[in-house]
Design a binder for this molecule. Structure first.
Ligand code: HPA
Length: 271
């Protein structure tokens, strides 16, 4: 990250604090097609990204672009409706900025959702999967450059990148788990790339999340992640062509399951 990144975080935080003094405990990120999950929030403040100093503005389909503060089933949350991707041309700093802003606002836990292709044929399209770990194949490392110790350690531990305690929640026991392989995009992977990612241990493949989760660990947050399997991405002989339409349609189906899982965790005091 750039040497003045801490200042950038402070400026963005200042924009939020000029509107609201709400202190969240939980950060939520709604990925492709997952914004409906945020409809249940009893909104205290809503900030379009354009109104937050230095914030990028999302261009990706299915991404709205606002920060919402409010109560979700009795828990104080800050939610990112719409996120930023490398394939849009944003830098690593742009992509992880919201993570540090939400941390600075007070959030101690980071719940991230995304749409992903299923590398593992056992994962059904339309299902919700709890992310157990990640492979960063984006070619980018958001912490490269000078480290600001006020934000986190120079060499953060990533051995528990997705918090084992959160993953062990009873409310998640019925969901499959999988390793998320992140790629740069925007092109979907070739079949050979998918077979490679699968051999490397990936169950899911997508174009987001990994950099944010590195940042969330750096910032000392506990992370919980979910993918919706939006398309079969085995790279096998029966591999079908990928379309955005299919991805968005199935993201909506899986989002309902993620929403229910998060609701159940909140109601059981597990999140
Ligand atoms: N590959 C990468 N990103 C994705 C996919 C995929 O198959 N599906 C949804 N996001």
């Amino acid at each position: 990250m750039k040497a003045d990144f801490g200042k950038r975080v402070a400026a963005a935080c200042g924009s939020v604090r000029a509107i609201s003094d709400y202190v969240p405990e939980l950060a939520l990120v709604a990925g492709t097609g997952l914004a409906p999950m945020l409809e249940e929030i009893d909104v205290a403040a809503r900030l379009p990204y354009e109104e937050i100093a230095g914030f990028p503005v999302s261009t990706a389909p299915g991404h709205a672009g606002e920060l919402i503060l409010g109560e979700l089933r009795g828990r104080r949350v800050v939610a990112q409706s719409g996120r930023f991707h490398l394939y849009e041309g944003w830098s690593g700093d742009d992509i992880v900025l919201p993570v540090y802003v939400m941390r600075a606002l007070g959030a101690e836990r980071y719940v991230v959702t995304n749409a992903a292709g299923g590398l593992n044929p056992e994962l059904e399209v339309g299902s919700a999967v709890v992310i157990s770990d990640q492979l960063n194949f984006t070619g980018l490392h958001p912490l490269s450059g000078p480290n600001d110790v006020a934000l986190g350690l120079r060499f953060p531990d990533m051995s528990r990148a997705y918090c084992p305690d959160l993953r062990a929640a009873k409310a998640l026991a019925h969901l499959p788990t999988g390793i998320y392989a992140a790629i740069h995009g925007p092109e979907f992977e070739t079949s050979a790339e998918r077979r490679f990612l699968s051999m490397a241990g990936g169950d899911l493949v997508g174009m987001s999340t990994a950099l944010e989760v590195i940042a969330a660990n750096h910032a000392g947050m506990r992370v919980l992640g979910f993918s919706v399997v939006t398309n079969s991405a085995t790279g096998g002989p029966d591999q079908q062509p990928d379309t955005l339409e299919e991805v968005l349609e199935n993201a909506a189906i899986g989002a309902v399951k993620i929403r229910a899982a998060i609701a159940a965790m909140l109601d059981a005091g597990e999140l």
